[in-house]
Design a protein around this ligand. Sequence first.
Ligand code: NDP
Length: 454
Amino acid sequence: MAIESMNPATGELIRRFDPLTEDAIHQKLALASEAFKSYAAVPMGHRALCMRKLANLLEEDAVELAEMITMEMGKPIKASHAELTKCAAACRYYAENAVRMLAPESITTEASRSFVRWDPLGVVLAVMPWNFPFWQVFRFLAPALMAGNVGLLKHAPNVPQCALAIESLVRRAGFPRGTFQTLLIETSQVDGVLADERIVAVTLTGSETAGRAVGAQAGWLIKKSLLELGGSDPFIVMSSADLDLAVENAVQSRCINSGQSCIAAKRFVIHAGIYEEFERLFVSAMASMRVGDPMLDETQIGPLATRRQLENLDQQVNAAITAGARLLTGGRRILGPGYYFEPTVLSGLPRTAPVYRDEIFGPVALLFKVNHLDEAIRTANDTPFGLAASAWTRDPDEQQRLVAEIQAGSVFVNKMVASDPRLPFGGIKHSGYGRELSAAGMREFMNAKTVVIA
Ligand code: NDP
């Protein structure tokens, strides 16, 4: 894909960027590597000061930045504001807590002193997607810079202005030159950057395909990698659940970011005892979601981010119907300019259909009826992915079993899944490995150095 800002609400090209030349990439790598040598010695207090300034800048420039996000990838403007607020909160969280998280850990042995100290690793490459063009970057950036690492960002090609804005914000916040740079490069240039000896590790958020390519190369190079890939998260509703609350959260979770979130609920596993009622309420709520101009405050679902996303979603819905799924509402592209798709609900997709195993990235929900808890757990786990799950029941025994038996990086009970800087975030199975956020996320790109003093 060309590196260009294209408004998904209109299909209009805003600006095209040339990819960096090999020379320009080398200059940036050299700068990053030099920056690490001095930045690793910058005291935590100063890093925290810059991080707090960064949070302030995100808030001061929120109107302009939110419009940029919405213009480049189409999410409703209110959601763009919420994304920036969350980034600012993460900056403050790490500014506040990094010293505690990185304090040496004493371990009693026969030696006079033994402990673990946390050293930064160096220059980390971040390959990021377009769906949360600020948040995906900030959840890497805030802990990495507080830890003393240096970042290079290869952002998705449809959000170059967001990528450049992030670099500029970091600089204005007072972080030393070269601490965080954006590389406007194409897919084919990533392996050269990753192979460069000045890069010590890579973090990638995106599709399974991208994760496999980058993870395989990092493995071969023996460089640390963290992969946050797709999800097909289950949303399980048992008969004792508060049905109205479950439906409200189900719709919100499926439609967040116009359905383009890794932790959106995608498969709704509903107990037979309440299935008919759930289906009626859910279909009606999905059908009444306001789809439209993402710049308007009242819009709940905007266009999909790119024409390719729209075509892929359209193809997945058609494949599901062809395979035998029943269409309960929506199902079509919305004609006219922009990449809009109707909020859609499908039921009874046969488990043998190839699309059953896909991540569906758009406002399209799949409903499954189950007869008992065992079947609910089996259905929830019947996916290559294992990112997160939301389970709705007031029965403590059911809660316990769901928490223990769901195969996912997170299980939220009677709550929709959301990331939180205080909690580890990441998946198992094909959803990737490693954790972001919390102390666990910060330590992914650090050397846990064992020190023993006789
Ligand atoms: P990609 O995974 O292709 O893109 C994510 C990032 O990875 C981009 O910066 C992309 O850059 C880069 N990338 C992709 N392939 C490679 C590679 N071989 N080597 C190095 N970097 C690479 O996502 P798409 O935008 O193509 O979306 C496709 C599907 O992926 C979606 O429909 C959705 O299912 C899933 N997805 C999931 C996300 C999540 O948060 N879980 C986020 C985004 C997508 P470039 O485009 O230049 O190749």
